[in-house]
Design a protein around this ligand. Structure first.
Ligand code: ADP
Ligand code: MG
Length: 272
């Protein structure tokens, strides 16, 4: 699968109503509010009055058994799925349930799916450059095709994702872990405020997993991150607050040690 590089059909006119990132209101230090979100599929509640908030700059881990609703929650945040009930706000003022998927991406919510969508035959550098150039927000601000800041941004991003020495290699030659980092870089270069990452270390070596944890820890503060992950060693390295989802609701929340000691969490994971 390759990302869609066609300029969006609404690029010329339709985007003028879109919100600038400056409108993201973090005055209450909360970047994401989900309140009583319910999503039903043929009467089955994938999310059942889910309430969860993420602080600005926070690094949050979401864990929970298969079918708990983790991916559905990300679908609601990104506008892919509309909730049947409940409220979802980005900062104080942006109602995500009333925004389209492109509008939500444009205001600064970036999502990484499990399967990388890089251009294998292009170099690492070119992949990042393309990700920057296809960011509609950038195109609009600069009025023309030449983004003079792009080389600096690519160089900066290459360092962050530890691929500076691989800049000129075709992306297809990277290891699995490096491809995942490249895709994270392709998100970062669009300067998202909130990053949603679904099982980012699946298939990585232990060393790649550790480096990914370091990267995420370094991103927190400047960015807010919501990380869905099963790998508890990784969750421990991240060190942030952990939310346990079960049957579409929050079952427990706190430090990893706290939730791991929670009887209800143990029961759900061990199926006692
Ligand atoms: P998780 O990511 O935590 O494993 P999901 O959000 O993918 O869980 O799924 C939650 C529940 O909703 C599961 O029981 C799943 O089968 C169901 N579900 C998810 N998407 C759909 C859909 N499009 N149609 C019907 N059921 C769905
Ligand atoms: Mg899932």
């Amino acid at each position: 699968m390759t990302p869609n590089l066609q300029p969006a059909h609404d690029d010329a006119a339709g985007l003028s109503h879109l919100l600038d990132r400056g409108e993201l209101d973090l005055s209450h230090k909360v970047i994401l509010y989900l309140e009583d979100i319910t999503v039903s599929f043929d009467g089955f509640k994938a999310l059942d009055a889910l309430t969860l908030t993420i602080d600005a700059g926070e690094l949050r881990c979401i864990i929970g058994p298969n079918g708990a609703g983790k991916t559905t929650m990300m679908d609601v945040i990104t506008g892919k799925t509309r909730p049947d009930a409940g409220r979802a706000y980005f900062g104080q003022t942006l109602d995500l349930t009333k925004m389209s998927e492109p509008e939500i991406a444009h205001t600064g919510i970036g999502r990484k799916f499990q399967k990388p969508t890089i251009f294998e035959r292009h170099t690492v550098f070119e992949n990042l450059e393309l990700a920057r150039k296809t960011d509609k927000r950038v195109r609009r601000t600069l009025f023309d095709e030449v983004d003079y800041g792009v080389r600096d941004r690519v160089a900066d991003t290459l360092g962050r994702i530890r691929l500076d020495r691989d800049a000129d290699r075709p992306a297809g030659l990277l290891s699995h872990g490096q491809k995942q980092w490249l895709e994270i870089g392709m998100l970062l270069i669009q300067e998202p405020r909130l990053l949603l990452l679904d099982e980012p270390v699946a298939g990585m070596t232990d060393e790649e997993t550790e480096r990914t944890a370091e990267l995420f820890v370094s991103l927190a503060g400047e960015h807010s991150l919501m990380v869905v992950e099963h790998d508890m060693a990784f969750v421990k390295l991240l060190g942030g607050r952990v939310t346990v989802l079960h049957e579409g609701r929050v079952l427990a929340e706190g430090s990893l040690a706290t939730v791991q000691a929670d009887e209800r969490v143990i029961e759900v994971y061990l199926g006692r």
